[in-house]
Ligand binder design. Structure first.
Ligand SMILES: C[S@@+](CC[C@H](N)C(=O)[O-])C[C@H]1O[C@@H](n2cnc3c(N)ncnc32)[C@H](O)[C@@H]1O
Length: 608
């Protein structure tokens, strides 16, 4: 580490430790605002004296070892050791380098560490990181650096931090970041920023992001709670009273309470975002920042109340707006609530904040009594309700096409070059078929959906440049008369999860009766992981299916395999799409009479 640091300029070190996609502007900003402070490593020797001796031999001046509670607890937790099995120390040493005050930090065990620690750390080097010292002036520079890091392509994430009052005259604030992947030296991409003084606002924001990202990474409620517990380091310890490697103490706050408040006020956020979407605030802000009075005039709203909504939307928990000099501006996230923006989710915001919001109010009864919330609240089954409330139906079908980047991936995820025809069963407003036709304009395409949806499909396909390019069939997917026969490919995208097993079997049976033996069936769904502790959006949308669809549920791959088998299909392969979606490729489970193989006909074709 010492050789590495002393042979490199800060820009080279940063290029190593930042994600490969980090823009050169980010490295330049670091060079302008920071100095290299130290590199940290874990040394696997059982005798601290040997390490300090070694450091002296390298021309460094090691300080006396001090206990490092945080590293110790992190290793104990990582390797599930009994609490008294490991004692860790930390040694600081300056690297003899004329123009620099750069140093190294060595973590070491006071007695021989257990074998799993040696093996694991030698292999993964979890503790290795690079630290830079912020030398820029003022809060703005530090905030700028933080923003640059947080928006850096490549997934750099906040990873804990704290304030150490004992470090220097005014104490110091430290913030850790980590990125996926490893450096060319095979170290984890882990970066620490040290800033003199106390920077409560940014540190608080940093901690909030750490908790949110940790919870997102691991997905389990336990992980979310653990992530929400006070942290002063880049690791995974959970002792509130610990000091970290550099001796930081946690700011006097209640990060866990903060995290819980954030969860408990999720409904406020849903409503604020829905109001922003319904009032077209993002559309008005697309041309540039506006004051709240300007916006109030344009949206016909009460200026004081609008101001309070905008301030809420600019809070770091939400961050769809920023405010500078009294003018509100869209962030990239906020832009996606405008009608015409790429990847707009405006209708989804309205759907989740209105129709689906009210039914979620009946969740408790659903869990206690087994009732169907949507029917309890609206008195009709979801698709019947949408048929009798055309405006809500329009929002629903547009919302289905939004946030559906995975639909665009389908023509690439599956080879459709052999196909001459494709039928999207329950195809909604035709977004998927539009993507398929973009890639394969000569395909003969058909959409079957309920009669009231066909108009929306016609309009959407025309808007996407495929007017008349698709046969639109009003009808029911359980009726043999309606499911088109003889197609090469059938698609059921987000259809089966709307229904209970009996209804799924009826849909699959009807498709199977219409499908030639050498056809292919594509099923697009979110698959529940077999391990309920593994994070997947499927677990969240399963609850939505329970609330907003009679009998609806997400399923595991095995459950789909079984349903397919019951209907005479063989699941061949599953491929991943964005947003935790999967596409399952199946074919009729019949032997190909012209083949000597006992494999089904569809399988052979698929292999070609
Ligand atoms: C969740 S949406 C999925 C739409 C589209 N496949 C997608 O992934 O965006 C379910 C679709 O099934 C349609 N649907 C519901 N009941 C139906 C029925 N009995 N026959 C045909 N389509 C039906 C709905 O109108 C809706 O378009």
């Amino acid at each position: 580490m010492a050789d590495y640091l002393s042979s490199r300029h800060i820009a080279q070190v940063l290029r190593d430790v930042l994600p490969a996609a980090a823009p050169s502007g980010l490295v330049a900003a670091f060079c302008e605002l920071c100095e290299l402070d130290h590199g940290a490593v874990l040394a696997l020797s059982s005798t601290p004296a040997a390490i300090t001796e070694f450091l002296r031999g390298q021309g460094m001046a090691p300080a006396e070892p001090i206990p490092s509670v945080v590293v110790q607890n992190r290793l104990i937790k990582r390797y599930r050791l009994p609490p008294d099995q490991l004692r860790m120390s930390i040694v600081h040493a300056r690297i003899p380098r004329p123009s620099s005050v750069c140093g190294i930090e060595v973590f070491l065990a006071d007695s021989p560490p257990p074998l799993p620690v040696i093996e694991g750390e030698r292999h993964d080097r979890h503790e290795t990181h690079i630290a830079v010292r912020f030398t820029g002036a003022g809060r703005e520079g530090l905030e700028r650096l933080w923003r640059l890091l947080a928006t850096c392509p490549g997934g750099l994430k906040a990873d804990g931090g704290g304030y150490n009052p004992a470090h220097g005259e005014a104490g110091c604030t430290v913030m850790y970041f980590r990125a996926p992947g490893r450096t060319p030296q095979n170290w984890p991409r882990r970066l620490e920023i040290i800033a003199a003084g106390r920077h409560d606002a940014i540190l608080r924001h940093h901690q909030t992001c750490t908790q949110a990202w940790d919870a997102e990474d691991t997905g389990s409620p336990e992980a979310a709670a653990a992530a929400a517990s006070p942290r002063t380091d880049h690791g995974d310890h959970d002792d509130e009273n610990d000091e970290n490697d550099d001796g930081e103490t946690e700011d006097a706050d209640d990060p866990q309470g903060r995290h819980l408040l954030r969860l408990l006020t999720g409904a406020w956020t849903t409503q604020a975002l829905k109001t922003m979407a319904a009032l077209s605030i993002a559309d008005h802000l697309q041309a540039g920042p506006l004051t709240h009075t300007d916006l109030a005039r344009r949206t016909g709203t009460d200026p004081d109340r609008l101001y309070r909504l905008l301030r809420f939307l600019a809070h770091p928990w939400i961050q769809v707006l920023t405010v500078t000099d009294g003018r509100f501006q869209l962030t990239d996230l906020g832009r996606r609530l405008a009608r015409t923006s790429t990847g707009s989710m405006r209708n989804l915001a309205i759907l989740y904040g209105d129709l689906f919001y009210r039914s979620f109010g009946a969740l408790q009864e659903a869990v206690s009594e087994g009732s169907d919330p949507f029917e309890v609240v609206y008195g009709q089954r979801p698709f019947d309700y949408l048929a009798s409330h055309p405006r809500q139906g329009e929002i629903f079908h547009q919302a289905m096409a939004e946030g559906s980047i995975f639909l665009a991936q389908i023509p690439k995820a599956v080879d459709l070059s052999h196909a001459r025809s494709i039928a999207d069963i329950g195809g909604g407003n035709g977004e998927l078929i539009a993507h398929v036709l973009d890639a394969h304009p000569d395909l003969h395409a058909a959409i079957l959906d309920r009669p009231e949806v066909i108009g929306a499909a016609r309009a959407h396909l025309a808007q996407r440049g495929h007017a008349g390019g698709c046969h639109l069939i009003p009808g029911s997917f359980t009726s043999d008369a309606d499911v088109p026969a003889g197609m090469d490919v059938y698609v059921l995208a987000r259809v089966l999860h709307d229904s209970d097993n009996d209804q799924c079997r009826k849909i699959l049976d009807a498709v199977r009766r219409a499908a030639p033996d050498d056809s292919t069936l594509l099923i697009v769904e979110r698959l529940l992981p077999d391990d309920p502790g593994r994070a997947s959006l499927a677990s969240l949308w399963d609850l939505n299916m329970m609330v907003n669809n009679t009998g609806g549920r997400e399923r595991t791959q095995e459950q789909y395999r079984q349903l397919l088998q019951d209907a005479g299909y063989l699941l061949l392969e599953t491929r991943q799409l964005a947003l935790d979606m999967s596409i399952m490729i199946a074919c009729p489970a019949v032997a190909d009479p012209s083949s000597t193989s006992s494999l089904p006909a569809g399988f052979m074709k698929y292999l070609r």
